[in-house]
Design a protein around this ligand. Structure first.
Ligand SMILES: Nc1ncnc2c1ncn2[C@@H]1O[C@H](COP(=O)(O)OP(=O)(O)O)[C@@H](O)[C@H]1O
Ligand SMILES: [Mg+2]
Length: 466
């Protein structure tokens, strides 16, 4: 057989195969005809195939020794070369192995059966409670909502945490960053919100944590009560970078599915930083330049793509309110990922080690935390109280060192005097036990009580304007 005839024959076989596969499996949608290739190079996490024709973002299977197959995703191409990255551990890879494009993009099985379940980035259950029944398939990458069609943020959302409800009110459909170093209480705060937030469904994406932390979060922090209305997608740190990326995408896709059912969803992503790190590994592996302090440009493209998927649905549909944790080691708020996250999110809550070390939990630094939708969901009296408390706290922290050693002279500054007089009450107001919930009405009432009664006579009502 001449080589031309062989090519024709192969083409015809591919067409027949494609037709058969399409008939057998109408869902998920096909990607058109794809051509099988051969593995030429495998260095680090990057695979290079030649002769392979598969669209960017699609899945391939690579044959390994012993006839097993591993999944890989097309992450780039150059000339005849297709670059792939594995979504599972690479073992037994052989030179010239077959690379067979799959006729589907990464698709996400969704349905009621997901509630209460813990799955991995491929949708495989991790909780040993049998398979999850899919009712529908949705895309891993989601479909963007026209920003002009999105419902604006107009309703406040009860998250059950007094300091947030009263001072950093969260709107339904808002995207908020939770900025903190490790061990300052991010996971614990997310756990509180999982249990107390007024949401129909809670989707938790645990991305790049240690395996032990995943177990801790599910069993202790979330508990049975929290898990009942939650879906957890866990991709620990030891999984390949693409799997970690897919974990975040899958969690978002699941949240989108519930939102499109008209439900109000709380999406908790721990952490956005690890998602960015995974994308950095992918980008660098395929030869992107590390342009911003070691991060390739694709990282800063992927972050808004992920975050923009949360938010309110098109008119009348449900909502996704999302919290993304951002690691700020050594309290470096200028770190590129923290910087990028601040720019694309509608607010940030900062947890500070200084406050946690003092045994004050949740360790929210009210002075530097911001909710950008406050104007839309609060009334003027409420905003005035928030400003007043922030001024008191700023006055106190300006003299913190003197106050701590008892060297502050009463009477030097009326604002500081009032702050010192009210300090125990402020601390009690900000502190909250993990098992205790405080709804929006109670939190607002507590703020009003904190400022309107008590030792108000110590100083004028508006210290900074006096
Ligand atoms: N609300 C809280 N009340 C009491 N202790 C807390 C609270 N939040 C955090 N902690 C303490 O801080 C530790 C680390 O919290 P964690 O939520 O795991 O931090 P992170 O997720 O930021 O690494 C916990 O093991 C606990 O001892
Ligand atoms: Mg944590």
């Amino acid at each position: 057989m001449s080589s031309v005839a062989a090519a024709h024959w192969q083409e015809a076989r591919n067409l027949r195969l494609a037709a058969r596969l399409q008939a057998a499996d109408p869902q998920p949608p096909s990607l058109g005809l794809a051509r099988e290739g051969v593995l030429r190079r495998a260095v680090g996490l990057t695979l290079e195939a030649s002769g392979c024709s598969a669209p960017l973002g699609s899945r391939c299977r690579v044959e390994t020794a012993g006839g097993r197959w591993v999944d890989a995703e097309v992450v780039g191409f150059a000339g005849d070369r297709t670059y792939l990255m594995p979504t599972a551990d690479l073992e037994g890879l052989l030179p010239n192995a077959r690379v067979v494009p799959l006729r589907r993009r990464g698709e996400v099985a969704v349905g009621e059966g997901l509630l209460g379940r813990v799955i991995d980035s491929d949708g495989v259950p991790l909780d040993g409670r049998g398979p999850v029944r899919a009712e529908q398939w949705v895309g891993l990458a989601g479909t963007a909502i026209n920003p002009l069609m999105r419902e604006p943020i107009t309703q406040s959302l009860d998250v059950g945490v007094r300091a947030i409800n009263a001072l950093l009110p969260i709107g339904r459909g808002q995207r908020i960053g939770l900025f903190a170093g490790s061990g300052v209480g991010k996971s614990t705060l997310l756990g509180m919100m999982t249990r107390f937030t007024a949401a129909d469904v809670i989707v938790v994406g645990l991305i790049g944590e240690r395996g032990r932390e995943v177990r801790d979060f599910v069993e202790s922090t979330l508990g049975e009560e929290g898990l009942r209305r939650a879906v957890v997608v866990a991709t620990p740190a030891d999984r390949p970078p693409l799997a970690r990326l897919h974990g975040a995408l899958r969690a978002t896709a699941i949240a989108e599915y519930y939102r499109d059912q008209g439900l109000h969803v709380l999406l908790l992503m721990d952490s956005l930083t690890r998602f960015a790190h995974a994308q950095r590994e992918v980008g660098l592996s395929v030869g992107e330049p590390p342009t911003t302090r070691g991060y390739p440009p694709s990282v800063f493209a992927k972050l808004p793509q992920l975050v923009e998927r949360a938010g309110n649905g098109a008119d009348g549909r449900g909502s996704i309110t999302a919290f993304y944790t951002v690691l700020t080691e050594g309290d470096d708020q200028q770190e590129p990922i923290a910087d990028a996250a601040r720019a694309i999110l509608d607010g940030h809550i900062v947890l500070t080690r200084r406050i946690a070390d003092a045994g004050q939990y949740p360790a929210i630094d009210v002075e530097v935390s911001v909710s950008r939708v406050m104007q839309e969901i609060t009334d003027p009296a409420w905003r005035e109280r928030i400003r007043r408390l922030k001024r008191l706290m700023a006055a106190h922290s300006a003299q913190r060192d003197l106050i701590a050693i008892g060297a502050y002279q009463r009477g030097s500054d009326p604002a500081v005097d009032e702050a010192v007089a009210r300090w125990p009450a402020i601390q009690a107001f900000l502190g909250q036990d993990v098992a205790e919930a405080s709804d929006v009405a109670a939190s607002r009432a507590a703020l009003a009580a904190l400022l309107d009664d008590g030792p108000a006579a110590v100083a004028p009502n508006r210290p900074q304007e006096a």
